[in-house]
Design a protein around this ligand. Structure first.
Ligand code: SF4
Ligand code: SF4
Length: 341
């Protein structure tokens, strides 16, 4: 199943209608985390460390639907933790799909084949499979042998059964560029809709801080990895890919990707959880965004994550007919920062 045209049309109409209503900030993607527990323990994962005291908590199906409705965004990205560990994950997905929201579910794929049987293939649902490299590099990254084989088998099974599939890759310091290019070529050849890519965010609670890549080094890596000569099909929009290569600058627009967790809405963003709140409107406040973003908070200095900057590239295109035309020409509004990790 190919990327649905309805997604681009609905997203474009949603943005225009919100702008016409005079809304300065509004969500494009609801990031929904039904639980924070995982069946892996990757070295670069902030979630399993930050939420350690509440790893036993889960959102109910109704909590999830309420968060999706509170936000109102046309796209929902389900992450965590590992969402497939939630015993009712299929119900959560199917109920959101009934509302005609476009749902992307990030997964390490260990339980994907089991879960996919309970989610009928539809244009409104897409698996996003975490892959950080070819077999050796990926298994090292997730700290367990055999995960790459399970993930690639699950991708094949999902594609064969008519599901939409993309992949999501986090780039860390010292990444083997040839290896990651080989992996992107492999998944392009397998027929996934595209590969999402983003540099890892420097979570303060992770012991090995050498893991994280600076903006300057990330741009050098992306100049090579994103080179069109490799023939890779990326899912991220072309303006965000330019940003990763250092060809344009944006200020973060992370208010467009609000994140709901077992503790409430994260404030300010998917990456920084300085506070949790039950009031969705808190995340859109002027006062909040005077304090966060590049040049405002030192923790934002190296951030290039899609949850802050991919949607910024979409909003930037609204004031540039040339950029807007390029987004439409090169695959429409492909992505708004749905990948997690
Ligand atoms: S990065 Fe993803 S797969 Fe790895 S421990 Fe965190 S939630 Fe689990
Ligand atoms: S730049 Fe934006 S997305 Fe990144 S950490 Fe800061 S507020 Fe969050």
């Amino acid at each position: 199943m190919a990327r649905p045209l309805e997604l681009a049309a609905r997203l474009a109409w949603y943005i225009v209608s919100n702008k016409l209503r005079g809304r300065k900030r509004f969500p494009l993607v609801t990031m929904l985390e039904p639980l924070e527990k995982c069946n892996l323990a990757c070295e670069g994962c902030g979630r399993i460390r930050e939420y350690e005291p509440v790893l036993d908590r889960m959102l109910s199906v109704e909590d999830c639907i309420e968060a999706v409705e509170d936000s109102g965004a046309p796209i929902v990205s389900i992450a965590g933790g590992e969402p497939t560990l939630h015993p009712q994950i299929h119900e959560i997905v199917n109920r959101i799909v009934e509302r005609k929201r476009f749902v992307y579910m990030c997964t390490n794929a260990l339980l994907m084949e089991r879960v996919m049987k309970k989610i009928p293939p539809t244009k409104y649902f897409c698996f996003v499979v975490h892959l950080d490299g070819m077999e050796e590099a990926h298994d090292r990254s997730v700290y367990r042998k055999g995960v790459f084989r399970i993930a690639t088998r699950a991708i094949r099974a999902a594609l064969d059964s008519g599901h939409r599939v993309t992949t999501n890759t986090t780039v860390f310091n010292g990444v083997d560029e040839d290896d990651v290019i080989e992996m992107f070529k492999m998944v392009t050849g397998m027929g996934v809709e595209g590969a999402m890519v983003s540099p890892g965010y420097q979570f303060e609670m992770i012991p090995n801080q050498d893991l994280f890549i600076s903006r300057e080094n990330a741009r050098k890596v992306f100049e090579n990895v994103l080179d069109p000569k490799h023939g890779i099909r990326f899912y991220n929009n072309p303006l965000y890919l330019d940003f990763l290569r250092g060809e344009r600058e944006y200020q973060c627009a992370a208010w467009s990707n609000p994140t709901y967790t077992v503790m409430g809405w994260r404030e300010p963003c998917y990456l920084l959880g300085d506070r949790h709140t039950s009031r969705f409107d808190d995340l859109m406040s002027e006062e909040l965004w005077e304090r966060y973003g590049v040049g405002k908070d030192p923790r934002c200095a190296n951030c290039m994550m899609h949850c802050g900057f991919e949607s910024a590239s979409i909003f930037g295109a609204l004031s540039s007919p040339k950029d807007a035309f390029r987004m439409v020409k090169e695959g429409a509004v492909r992505n708004s920062g749905v990948g997690a990790g």
